[in-house]
Design a protein around this ligand. Sequence first.
Ligand code: NAD
Length: 255
Amino acid sequence: MLLQGKKALIFGIANEKSIAWAIARAFHEQGAELAVTYATETLEKRVRPLAESVQAAAVLPCNVTSDDDIRHVFTELAKVWDGVDIIIHSVAFANKEELKGTIVGTSREGFATAMDISVYSFLGIMNQALPMMQGRAASALTLSYYGAVKVFPNYNVMGVAKAALEASVRYLAEAVGPDGIRINAISAGPIRTLAASGVNGFSQILHNVEERAPLRRTITQEDVARSAVYLCSDLASGVTGEIHYVDGGFNVTGL
Ligand code: NAD
């Protein structure tokens, strides 16, 4: 019961394959109380039953491109919770056209969309969340990928967005550290999810990990969720600004 008594707000559940859903389940098993958001009405049909199965205290709409939506989440949450201990930001998006070919073809609009949804949203959410996180040994966790620091075919503008996201983790950690609030990221290895299906040639990326990662396997949503439990629990009380790899060790290989 590493998260007993903690209240966790989770952004990024789309379906039962979402990394955020594995994190929600693991948090529930460890005694956390949950609130979850969903991006669209279509997704609500999938997310609500999942949320109910872990007795979520609130299930709220939030398209992260809307400041009003983000504000609304915290206004509603304040009606049921007196504070928030954990924020999970497991949200990213780029148009399909940006995730094939090379980065040279990136459109101005596609760049802005990827940065807005995948990077700014973390800052926008934290800005609204902070008043509810004060005085609680709270923490936030976002999800990144190795494409932030190395070049992967077709990942293109998402690599740039993840690099900006990882920099945001460091800047946020410095900004809120004096209040005792911790900010970290997990850099997850490739996993078949809805978001991953948008990346051209994703099967090849999975295959490379199976062949070359020290653990000789791809990782699962549950692998990520277990590390998320650690990073958001008091076991990680001294850890902030960190990009923690959960990738079967792939990033240490040189071949
Ligand atoms: P997923 O598709 O299940 O999750 C992505 C989430 O982003 C969805 O819930 C979707 O609704 C949400 N989202 C997209 N646009 C949104 C918007 N405008 N407003 C609100 N929410 C929006 O896929 P996932 O793989 O679980 O992705 C979660 C995170 O993990 C992402 O940041 C992704 O980049 C990261 N990640 C994934 C992998 C992988 O291989 N699957 C690897 C490393 C990092």
